[in-house]
Design a protein around this ligand. Structure first.
Ligand SMILES: Cc1cc2nc3c(=O)[nH]c(=O)nc-3n(C[C@H](O)[C@H](O)[C@H](O)COP(=O)(O)O)c2cc1C
Length: 359
C-alpha cells in the first residue's frame, strides 16, 4: 500500500517513455475515437500535452478497395507526431497490406483494434471478436509486424463477456507475436461503456508482459490518472471521453487542477476546431460532423440555448460568427492560436497519393 501511494505521488506525467524506438514525450495518450478523432482533434490534443495521439479505427478492407473516404483517414499533419493509426479487420494478409499503407502515410505506430464491440464490426470477425479467436489474433499481429518496420501495438478489451479475463491470456501471446505495446480497456465487449473499467486487471497484465502497457477507461482527472499509474505501473494513461470538447482535461491531468479555461478561450478553441475540421472534411461533411462538438464544448460554460441555436445554423461561418458575438474576446485568442499553428508546406494535409497508385 505504501509503495502504491509513494509511486502515485512520484509519477511525473511530463516524462518521456518509449515504444521501442519511438519516444512519447508525456504519459498521457489521446484515445482513438470513431467519429471524433479527426486530425483537428489529434493536433489539438498534442498542443494540450498528449504525448501520443491516435486516429480512429480505419477499415483495412476500405484501404484495400481504395475507398476514398477511408484513404482520407491516412492524412497526417507534421505537428501530430508521434501518432498511431489504428486499423481493424480479420484477414492477416489484408491487415498487413493496410499496415504498409499506414506506414507509407507517415504514421509512427500501427495500432491494431481488438476491442471494438460494435456489431457492424464484430459480425465481420474483426474488433473484439478476435479476443475469442486467439490463433487468428496472433496471426494478424505476426503478419502486420512483419509487414512494417514501425512498431505495432494492440488495443483490446478484457474479453467478450462480463468478468472475462481473456486479455491476460491473450496479451502475452500478442507480445510474442510481435506487439510492441498493449493498451487495455478493462471492460468487456458486452459492457460497451457501462459499469467501470476494472484496472486491477490492467495491473495483472503489466505483471505478465515486458512491453509498455497503457491503461484506458475512466481516466477523467489528475487524481484518477495518478492513482491508476501508481496502482497498475502502466507506462501511460489514455484519455477518451473526458477530452471530447475539452482539451483542458489533458492539461489538467498533466499539470493538476486550476486549468479551467475562460469563455473566450473555449470559444476560440471551438472556432479553430471548426475551421480546421472544415479544411479537412469540407464544409458539407464538417457541418454535420461538428454538431455534437458544440454541446461538448459549450455545456456548463455558456447558456444552454446557444447549443440549440448553433446546431440549427446552416454554415460553419455562421457558427463562428455567433460564437464571436457571445464571446468577443475570443477574437484575440484565435489570432494568437492561428499565428502559432504551422502553416503551408510544414503541414501535410494532402495524401501522398503516389503511395497508393492513385485514388
Ligand atoms: C465515441 C467513441 C468512439 C470510439 N472509437 C474507438 C476506436 O475507433 N478504436 C478504439 O480502439 N477505441 C475506440 N473507443 C474506445 C476508447 O478509445 C476508450 O478505450 C474508451 O472510451 C474508454 O476510455 P474513456 O473512459 O477515457 O472514454 C471509442 C470510444 C468512444 C466513446
Amino acid at each position: 500500500m505504501t509503495a502504491t501511494i509513494s509511486r502515485s505521488v512520484q509519477v511525473n506525467l511530463r516524462e518521456s517513455w518509449w515504444i521501442r524506438d519511438i519516444e512519447i514525450p508525456t504519459r498521457v495518450v489521446l484515445a482513438p475515437m470513431a467519429g471524433v478523432s479527426v486530425q483537428a482533434f489529434r493536433r489539438q490534443g498534442r498542443r494540450y500535452g498528449a504525448g501520443l495521439v491516435c486516429s480512429e479505427m480505419v477499415s483495412c478492407a476500405g484501404l484495400h478497395h481504395g475507398n476514398e473516404r477511408t484513404l482520407g483517414y491516412l492524412r497526417i499533419a507534421s505537428d501530430e507526431h508521434p501518432l498511431a493509426v489504428q486499423i481493424f479487420g480479420s484477414e492477416p494478409a489484408v491487415m498487413a497490406e493496410a499496415a504498409r499503407m499506414v506506414e507509407a502515410a507517415g504514421a509512427d505506430l500501427v495500432d491494431v483494434n481488438f476491442g471494438c464491440p460494435v456489431r457492424k464490426v464484430t459480425k465481420t470477425g474483426a474488433g473484439a471478436t478476435l479476443l475469442d479467436a486467439p490463433g487468428r489474433a496472433c496471426r494478424i499481429v505476426e503478419s502486420v509486424a512483419s509487414a512494417v518496420s514501425v512498431p505495432v501495438t494492440v488495443k483490446m478489451r478484457r474479453g467478450l463477456e462480463d468478468g472475462s479475463r481473456t486479455c491476460l491470456e491473450l496479451g502475452p501471446s500478442l507480445v510474442e507475436a510481435g506487439a510492441a505495446s498493449l493498451t487495455l480497456h478493462p471492460r468487456s465487449a458486452r459492457q460497451m461503456y457501462t459499469g467501470r473499467a476494472e484496472h486491477a486487471l490492467t495491473a495483472e497484465l503489466v505483471s505478465l508482459v515486458h512491453v509498455p502497457v497503457v491503461a484506458s477507461g475512466d481516466i477523467t482527472s489528475a487524481r484518477r490518472a495518478r492513482a491508476v499509474l501508481g496502482e497498475t505501473r502502466v507506462e501511460a494513461v489514455m484519455v477518451g471521453r473526458a477530452a471530447q470538447g475539452n482539451p483542458w482535461a489533458l492539461r489538467e491531468i498533466l499539470d493538476g487542477p486550476d486549468q479551467v479555461p475562460d469563455r473566450d478561450e473555449v470559444a476560440a478553441e471551438l472556432i479553430l476546431f471548426v475551421r480546421e475540421t472544415v479544411r479537412e472534411l469540407g464544409e458539407r461533411r464538417a457541418a454535420g460532423f461538428l454538431k455534437k462538438f458544440y454541446g461538448w464544448y459549450l455545456r456548463g460554460r455558456f447558456p444552454r440555448q446557444l447549443v440549440q441555436e448553433l446546431v440549427r445554423l446552416e454554415t460553419t461561418d455562421e457558427v463562428a460568427e455567433r460564437l464571436l458575438q457571445e464571446a468577443p474576446g475570443a477574437e484575440l485568442f484565435l489570432q494568437r492560436l492561428e499565428s502559432e499553428l504551422p502553416i503551408g508546406r510544414e503541414v501535410t494535409l494532402e495524401l501522398p497519393i503516389s503511395a497508393y497508385g492513385g485514388g
